[in-house]
Design a protein around this ligand. Structure first.
Ligand code: PEP
Ligand code: MN
Length: 375
């Protein structure tokens, strides 16, 4: 830890030295000309850092920095056994389908998660799943297709429709049986993690629960793969810390999902959330976890979904999770997120565009990115 303080504060230096000594740590005071100097606290400062609030309150202390990463399970660069920086490889997250194929997030190929906002009727759920399977077969990418659908819906207004609960899960189960495709579904209540988790292939933590720490730990203990959405008001570091809550329980099968944040500018109503595309690149560089993108909740408008999917590809996202409709005529009956659902015919075209991008542009982009990273 580094502590910046005003020059001429001898008693503050003494207090910091005394506290560091209690934790068996030494300090180095680097006096500089001018107004501020720094103290470097040397050694394993994890325990010492729990006193950061006290340190910041000492007379003349301007700020403190934690130099070591505090998301050790998921960070790309960690301290190795020899105490030197160790750069780890990114780690794929695998979700197996009933069809026997493994969907591997972060293995260099875009994974397409597709489905309704919520399973509302069995025909709707099965229709989407069957078209998703057909698209997978048409392009030879069945092992890159997964289903989505929230049976337990977080709704802003308590009077809004909140999903079919376990009945919706049963519809997703049927879709999986019929198509072999695995599915991801949201869990909001930590008490329901075992019940939902027993059915689902992958659990989703939604944006509103991104900092529900008990839920994060319950999902981590359960041990299934997880899609962790970024909280709509969270900094990336808070998102990483949320992932660390899951990882701390021994579950590293976490896929980060950027789904846009609320800003001053989203209030104008032209898009539902502000896509923070650079967060995809940043998370890919800073963590070992796969990173996907949600073009549906970012836009709130199905007409904006295609360009957002391709924008995510240009940030080398490991996949996308997109809300769809089986038929335009169903839009008037869809009870949640009706305006952002892409009809499956159009979704097919989006998949095709992604595959073209993947073949012709992504390798060049990746080469440029790698060259910049190695400077
Ligand atoms: C969803 O996936 O339907 C959902 C509610 O997402 P988010 O938590 O990102 O709003
Ligand atoms: Mn939704």
């Amino acid at each position: 830890m580094i502590i910046e303080f005003e020059n001429g504060r001898a008693s503050t230096i003494d207090q910091i030295r005394d506290l560091a000594a209690r934790f068996g740590l030494a300090i180095e005071v680097i006096l500089r000309a001018g107004v501020y100097s720094t103290i470097h606290v040397i050694g394993d400062t994890r325990e010492f850092a729990t006193r950061e609030g006290y340190l910041r309150d000492l007379p003349g202390v301007r700020t403190t920095w934690r130099v070591t990463s505090d998301f050790k399970n998921i960070a790309r660069v960690v301290s190795g056994a020899d105490g030197k920086a160790l750069r780890r490889d990114r780690r794929p997250v695998v979700v197996k389908g009933l069809d026997g194929a493994a969907r591997s997030f972060g293995a260099g190929k875009h994974i397409f998660i597709v489905g309704p906002d919520s399973p509302q009727t069995l025909p709707q759920t099965l229709a989407i799943a069957n078209v998703a399977r057909k698209i997978g077969e048409e392009f030879g990418i069945l092992d890159r297709i997964m289903l989505r659908g929230g049976a337990f819906k977080p709704r802003t207004r308590p009077t809004d429709w909140r999903g079919l609960g376990m009945k919706g899960i049963a519809m997703l189960d049927r879709a999986r049986e019929e198509t072999g495709l695995p599915y991801v579904t949201e869990v909001m209540d930590l008490n329901l993690v075992p019940e939902i988790g027993e059915h689902a292939d992958m659990l989703q933590i939604g944006t509103r629960n991104a900092q529900n720490f008990d839920l994060l730990e319950a999902v981590g203990r359960f041990g299934k793969p997880v899609v962790l959405k970024r909280g709509f008001g969270n900094e990336v570091s808070e998102w990483f810390h949320a992932a660390e809550y899951i990882a701390n329980q021994g579950d590293l099968d976490i896929v980060l999902c950027e789904r846009g944040v609320k800003t001053l500018f989203t209030k104008g109503g032209y898009c539902r959330n502000q896509p923070d595309l650079n967060a995809i690149s940043y998370a890919r560089r800073q963590t070992i976890l796969p990173v996907i993108f949600d073009p549906s909740h970012v836009t709130g408008d199905h007409r904006l979904v295609p360009e957002n999917v391709l924008a995510a590809c240009s940030h080398l996202a490991d996949g996308t999770i997109t809300e769809t409709l089986h038929d335009e005529s169903f839009r008037q009956d869809q009870l949640c997120d009706a305006g952002q659902a892409v009809v499956m015919d159009r979704y097919r075209d989006i998949v095709e565009a992604v595959l073209v991008f993947e073949e012709h542009v992504a390798p060049r982009l990746q080469a440029i990115t790698e060259a910049l990273d190695q400077r």
